[in-house]
Design a protein around this ligand. Structure first.
Ligand code: HXC
Length: 510
């Protein structure tokens, strides 16, 4: 027996070394951790149970039968994050560059299948060179089956991807179909085809960082939801994120103990809105003051900053926050902001996370750039996402709610459950100046007259009461009471049950 135990330990030690000491050192020299180090940091100490540590590839082409490394370039298994089960796979760049073979793919599929069957999240850590070149079509088949599982699990269990090194070719599409992608600055990049192929095909000279680094994907393409300084920060933030997410689409949101009283009043909110309605203020101040312990996990903070999205808690239970940001482009809705928020709303709705919407929006952004870029379709995505969502939806209009953007931003008309407004709310077809200039075009040359018309429109519509008189606003509340009112509304909505008409699936304007 001792012999067998020794043999087991010997085999385990070989497997744990992955591609060997030299390659591990090279990995560290690049500022990256190894796959196993990453898994250890991500999961609760000692909770990782590894699967398939001894799996090897079966390829015999190009002399591959002579180079077999146990584990075959991916570390897989399950463990816990703050006591809650998650399934994990981590590409091991020290083994064939983390490239995907048929058996490597099978290991990932096993994790995906178990996660889906047992209804717990999957986290994938990527650091790999794409398809195992020596395996050809067997690797492509493996990718296809991983992709299929991503799609089947979508909306059932949260799927998270963290890009911690190269992620190219076949490796990009699995993360692209997961719920969130996070990157590590300077050491990670994602692209379908790398700089060499780009040079050959389009004659563009571009570095890997310029083509698909963290900056590009968090600010330009919006493919990545956030980027972190290094592996350690990224993994610790993933632990924080997982605390916000439900295990699956029927488990309900996690409930954590909270020391923040739901009755906490914040008098400073009474003066958040500047006297001049065209002056910006930071909507994040409202978010941080309203939620539990000012703890807000922002999603896509570097992209379309005119809208803010992220997770927070009210009385210990997760909520999704969407808020127009007056500090950026006056909080206007453009194509990017609409797409960003629509995807976030849909994530929340998939996983039964109540949505809180803070509205201060002057409308949709005019201009050829926006219209040619498909503003109609992108704006419709957000409208569609809010309208179809059946989770509890609480809306608070802090200041402007103009035009179509009023309807879109979780209004009563698209099934907002509780729609509050601050006394400073202005709910109208458009701003007073624009309205007066259209209605009284013939008086435009008379500055005094047109000013009177603007004032008249302002007096009539620059308040929440016209909407409140119609029941479009349920209640005009004091800013200082915001947290208390939202907490109460969330509690009142705890038993909400609303079904959309049966359909195979909807046809959201993609
Ligand atoms: C087999 C690979 C590999 C691959 C890297 N390696 N990529 N082995 N298949 N795809 C091996 C290398 O041979 C090397 O082995 C080790 O991993 C480290 O690679 P290096 O090149 O030394 O590292 P680095 O300089 O950091 O470059 C990393 C890299 C580069 C940028 C990822 O390796 C690279 O360009 N690889 C090929 C990427 C690619 O074209 N993949 C196929 C995409 S097509 P040794 O033994 O020397 O340590 C694809 C189609 C699928 O994925 C489509 C499905 C939809």
């Amino acid at each position: 027996m001792t012999d067998i135990l020794d043999e087991l330990e010997r085999r385990r030690s070989v497997a744990r070394l992955g591609g060997g000491t030299k390659r591990i050192e090279a990995q560290h020299a690049r500022g990256k951790l190894t796959a196993r180090e990453r898994v250890d940091l991500l999961l609760d100490e000692g909770s990782f149970e590894e699967f398939d540590m001894f799996v090897e590839h079966r390829s015999t082409d190009f002399g591959m039968e002579k180079t077999k490394i146990p584990g075959d370039g991916v570390v897989t298994g399950w463990g816990t994050i703050n006591g809650r089960v998650v399934y994990v796979f981590a590409k091991d760049f020290t083994v064939f560059g983390g490239s995907l073979s048929e058996t490597h793919a099978r290991k990932i599929m096993k994790i995906q299948d178990m996660a889906l069957q047992n209804r717990a999240p999957v986290i994938g850590l990527f650091d790999a060179g794409g398809a195992r070149i020596q395996e050809g079509v067997a690797a492509l088949g493996g990718y296809g089956e991983v992709f299929l599982r991503n799609v089947l699990a979508s909306g059932v269990i949260p799927q998270i991807s963290v890009i911690m090194g190269p992620c190219a070719g076949g490796d990009v599409y699995s993360p692209a179909m997961t719920d969130f992608i996070f990157m590590v600055k300077d050491t990670s990049y994602m692209f379908v085809t790398g700089p060499d192929v780009v040079k050959t095909v389009t004659n563009e000279t571009v570095t890997a960082e310029e083509l698909g680094g963290a900056r590009v994907h968090t600010t330009k393409t919006s493919i990545a939801d956030r980027a972190y300084e290094n592996d350690v920060e990224a993994l610790l933030q993933m632990r924080r994120l997982m605390d916000f997410l439900p295990a699956n689409n029927t488990s309900g949101v996690p409930a954590l103990p909270s020391n923040d009283s739901p009755d906490r009043i914040d008098p400073s909110l009474d003066t958040l809105i500047p006297d001049n309605t065209n002056k910006p203020y930071d909507i994040k101040e409202l978010i941080l003051k309203a939620v539990d312990e000012a703890d807000f996990f922002e999603i896509q903070e570097a992209f379309a900053k005119n809208i803010v999205t992220g997770f927070a808690r009210m009385e210990g239970r997760t909520v999704g926050i969407i808020a127009n940001q007056p500090m950026v482009l006056a909080g206007v809705l453009d194509s990017d902001a609409s797409r960003k928020a629509a995807r976030f709303v849909r994530f929340c709705d998939c996983f039964e996370i109540p949505i809180i919407t803070f509205v201060d929006v002057p409308g949709f952004l005019p201009g050829t750039a926006q219209e040619y870029g498909g503003l109609i379709k992108h704006g419709a995505k957000l409208l569609f996402a809010y309208a179809e969502a059946t989770v509890p939806k609480i809306t608070l209009i802090t200041r402007k709610a103009y035009g179509g953007a009023y309807d879109v931003m979780s209004s009563k008309h698209i099934r907002g459950d509780v729609n509050y407004a601050w006394p400073s709310a202005e709910i109208a077809v458009m701003g007073a100046k624009g309205a007066a200039e259209i209605l009284y075009r013939t008086e435009l040359s008379d500055a005094g007259k047109i000013k009177g018309r603007i004032d008249e429109y302002q007096r009539r519509f620059a308040n929440p009461f016209v909407a409140a008189e119609r029941g479009y606003i349920d209640e005009v509340i004091s800013p200082r009471d915001t947290r208390r009112r939202i907490c109460r509304a969330l509690n009142m909505l705890r038993g909400k049950k609303l079904d959309n008409p049966w359909k195979k699936h909807d046809n959201i304007p993609l």
